[in-house]
Design a protein around this ligand. Structure first.
Ligand code: ATP
Length: 323
C-alpha cells in the first residue's frame, strides 16, 4: 500500500526526513512514533502529496506521489493536525459537501455520511453546528470527513493531540472499530506512547528524520529492553548474598533490592525464588516491571520520548501540546 525508498525532505539546512525506507501492507494499522520535530508530519505530508520530496521515491496505493498526485489523492483520506470542518455548518452537511467535492452523487454522499455518523458515534450531534461540538466530537467529525469517499488508506496526523484522556480513549476505540469494519489501511502519527502501544500492531519509531525501529510493540520491548525483576530482602547483607545465589542472571543489588534484567520476566520468577529458597535467602517481595515504548526509545537513543516536549500518557494532554 505504501512503498518509500530513501524518502528525504530538507527545508534549507533542516533534514526533516532523512532517507526513509518504508513498506506498509494493505490492512495494517501503523503508528509513526517519535518526539517533536522527528519528521512524522513531514513524512505524512509527502505521502499525501501535500509537499514534494527533496529526493527519494514514494508510491501510495500503487501511484507515485509526485507524478500521479491525483490518483493518490482519490485513494487516500488525510486528517491533518487542524480541524477540517467549517464551524458555521452542521456536521452532516459538511460531510455531504465533502463527499460531493470528491465527485459523489447527493444520494450516495447522504448514505455514506449517515453510515459514518453512526459508526463514529456522532448521531446526537451531527445536526448541530460544528462550532458547538466538543474537541473529541469535532475530531471524530474530521475523521468522518477523511473517510467520506471510502479511501483505501487513511492518514491521521496526531488524531488525539489536545483531547482529554476520556475523549482520546473514545477516539482510539472508534479508529480501531472503523478499521475492523472497513478494512482501511491506517497510518497515524503520535507522540502518545500508550496510543501507539494499544492501537497499532506495528510501531515505526522515528528520530531525527530516520526510522530507528520498526516492529510490533511487544517485539520492540522484548528485543530492546526486556523485563526487570525486582526482589526485595529484609537486609542489605541478604540482598548482596542473594546476588551471588543467582549466578548468570546479572543481578544488581541496590540497598535492600535486587534488580535483574531478563526476558520473559514472569516465567523466570518461580525459578529465581526456588534458587533463593534453596540458598536460605527467601525474598520478602517480588515485582516484575514490563518495559514501555519509552524504555525502547531510551535504549535506542539515550533520551526519553518525554524529554523535549514529547508527550506522556501520564500528564494532562493540554500541557503537552507543543505549538
Ligand atoms: N515548512 C517548514 N519549513 C521549515 N522547517 C520545517 C517545515 N516543516 C517542518 N520543518 C522542520 O522539520 C522538522 C520535522 O518536523 P515535523 O513537523 O515533520 O516533525 P514531527 O515529528 O511531526 O513533530 P511534531 O510531533 O511536533 O508534530 C522540524 O525540525 C521542523 O521544524
Amino acid at each position: 500500500m505504501i512503498e518509500t525508498r530513501g524518502l528525504t525532505k530538507h527545508f534549507k539546512d533542516v533534514r526533516a526526513v532523512d532517507g526513509i525506507d518504508l513498506t506498509v501492507a494493505r490492512g495494517e494499522l501503523v503508528a509513526l512514533l517519535g518526539p517533536n520535530g522527528a519528521g512524522k508530519s513531514t513524512t505524512l505530508r509527502m505521502l499525501t502529496t501535500l509537499i514534494p520530496p527533496t529526493s527519494g521515491t514514494a508510491t501510495v496505493a500503487g501511484f507515485d506521489v509526485v507524478r500521479r498526485q491525483r490518483e493518490v489523492r482519490q485513494r487516500i483520506g488525510y486528517i491533518g493536525q487542524g480541524n477540517g470542518a467549517g464551524h458555521s455548518q452542521r456536521g452532516r452537511d459538511e460531510l455531504i459537501s465533502q463527499g460531493r467535492a470528491y465527485g459523489m452523487g447527493v444520494r450516495q454522499a447522504r448514505v455514506r455520511a449517515a453510515e459514518l455518523i453512526d459508526s463514529l458515534g456522532l448521531g446526537e450531534v451531527a445536526d448541530r453546528k460544528v462550532a458547538t461540538l466538543s474537541g473529541g466530537q469535532r475530531r471524530r467529525l474530521d475523521i468522518a470527513m477523511g473517510l467520506i469517499h471510502a479511501p483505501e488508506l487513511l492518514f491521521l496526523d496526531e488524531p488525539s493531540t489536545g483531547l482529554d484522556p476520556q475523549n482520546r480513549a473514545n477516539l482510539q476505540e472508534h479508529i480501531v472499530r472503523l478499521r475492523a469494519e472497513h478494512d482501511t489501511t491506517i497510518v497515524l502519527t503520535t507522540h502518545y506512547l500508550d496510543e501507539a502501544d494499544s492501537m497499532a500492531e506495528r510501531v515505526i519509531v522515528v528520530d531525527h528524520g530516520r526510522v530507528i525501529a520498526d516492529d510490533s510493540p511487544a517485539r520492540l520491548k522484548a528485543e530492546h529492553v526486556g523485563d526487570t525483576v525486582l526482589l526485595g530482602f529484609d537486609s542489605e547483607q541478604e540482598t548482596t548474598a542473594a546476588a551471588t545465589a543467582l549466578p548468570g542472571r546479572a543481578a544488581q543489588p541496590y540497598g535492600k533490592e535486587l534488580r535483574i534484567r531478563t526476558q520473559g520476566g514472569p516465567r523466570q520468577v518461580p525459578g529465581m525464588l526456588e534458587d533463593l529458597r534453596s540458598a536460605g535467602l527467601p525474598a520478602a517481595s517480588v515485582e516484575v516491571i514490563r518495559p514501555t515504548l519509552d524504555d525502547v526509545f531510551l535504549t535506542l537513543t539515550g533520551r526519553s520520548l518525554r524529554e523535549g516536549g514529547a508527550n506522556s500518557d501520564r500528564q494532562p494532554a493540554t500541557e503537552l501540546v507543543e505549538v
